[in-house]
Design a protein around this ligand. Structure first.
Ligand SMILES: Cc1ncc(C[n+]2csc(CCOP(=O)(O)OP(=O)(O)O)c2C)c(N)n1
Ligand code: SF4
Length: 296
């Protein structure tokens, strides 16, 4: 089914991925659009909610977990990626998504993100970037624009913003894309392509914090965003991808920057060669007493 049709469906909301919890987001928050697209894509890809794990950190966006009827882990701030990796390595058959805000993923969790990108574990990592700390009432985050004035940066941010797309490509992610909550079809399309990808897919979702971020508003993005498809961008060229990723100003590219098909972790990690670890019972327990003795 085309993803645009899936977006119109109501039944996926009723049956598969729905919970009784309504996330406490401000009316108009971009997170609502992502939740809707996420459900449509999971439905369209026929992901089984009982075989899907959504791991979120801490932040407004990370409340997504409450509203998705998959298995969920709500971990401490910045640790969605390592928790997701642990789950995936134990049960490689699970569909795994690691999710967090820009503060969560590029600040406190930035180191995890870089190392996850170089491993090509088959999972999707999503940074929902509203360029501020929403949950803690609008402080500057590592992705905030220069000059952004907040309670913690009263004279305006003076540190250069982190560029998550540039970092993900440089760190080795094999699928890297940007989308925006202002374009629900594009959002769903990019989510679907990323979640289908075999290997580590990374998405930056440009999202609005309408309550605190008065710079990166829907109006700000409406004149700037353009689709890389308009440039016939070559997604298999890392050099081109890096050049496009470096663009941020009057024009901001979105779409797929980079895609590479190489063996994923299952093919290179010896412990996974017989399939998921949780499904392989230890056939003959090994005597480890000698190892312990040697360490005494
Ligand atoms: C170890 C730790 N440090 C700080 C915090 C406080 N804290 C909670 S959420 C958050 C940032 C939220 O911003 P972001 O990750 O961008 O998500 P958003 O709320 O904007 O969706 C911070 C600093 C915390 N919960 N734990
Ligand atoms: S504070 Fe910002 S990010 Fe948080 S729910 Fe409200 S609009 Fe969304």
């Amino acid at each position: 089914m085309a993803i645009s049709e899936a977006l119109q469906l109501k039944k996926f909301e009723k049956i598969l991925f729905k919970t009784d919890i309504r996330p406490l987001w401000c009316p108009g928050c971009g997170d609502f659009a992502t939740l809707k697209a996420m459900k449509a894509v999971m439905y369209n890809l026929q992901w089984d909610p009982t075989q899907t794990l959504f791991v979120a950190g801490i932040g407004c966006s990370s409340k997504m977990n409450d509203a998705l009827g998959t298995y969920g882990l709500h971990v401490i701030h910045g640790r969605a990626v390592p928790a997701a990796i642990g789950a995936k390595l134990s049960n490689y058959d699970l569909n795994v998504v690691a999710y967090g805000g820009d503060g969560d993923m590029t600040g406190i969790g930035g180191n995890h993100l870089a190392h996850a990108c170089r491993r090509n574990i088959d999972m999707t990592i999503i940074v929902t970037n509203n360029k501020t700390y929403g949950l803690t009432t609008g402080q500057a985050s590592p992705t905030s624009d220069l000059g952004y004035k907040t309670k913690t940066s009263p004279f305006g941010v003076i540190d250069k913003p982190v560029n998550p797309i540039l970092n993900a490509i440089a760190s080795g992610a094999t699928f890297v894309a940007r989308t925006s909550t202002s374009d629900s079809k594009h959002l769903a399309y990019v989510l679907e392509e990323a979640m289908k990808h075999k290997g580590t897919s990374f998405i930056e979702i440009l999202q609005f914090c309408i309550t605190f971020n008065r710079i990166n508003t829907p109006d700000y993005y409406s004149t700037r965003l353009f689709d890389l498809k308009e440039l016939n961008h070559n997604i298999s060229s890392k050099t081109n991808a890096l050049a496009m990723a470096d663009l941020w100003g009057d024009k901001i590219p979105m779409g797929v920057f980079y895609k590479e098909d190489i063996p994923d972790y299952k093919e290179v990690y010896p412990q996974l060669k017989d399939g998921s670890i949780v499904k392989n019972r230890v056939k003959k327990p090994r005597d480890v007493s000698k190892i312990f003795e040697s360490l005494m």
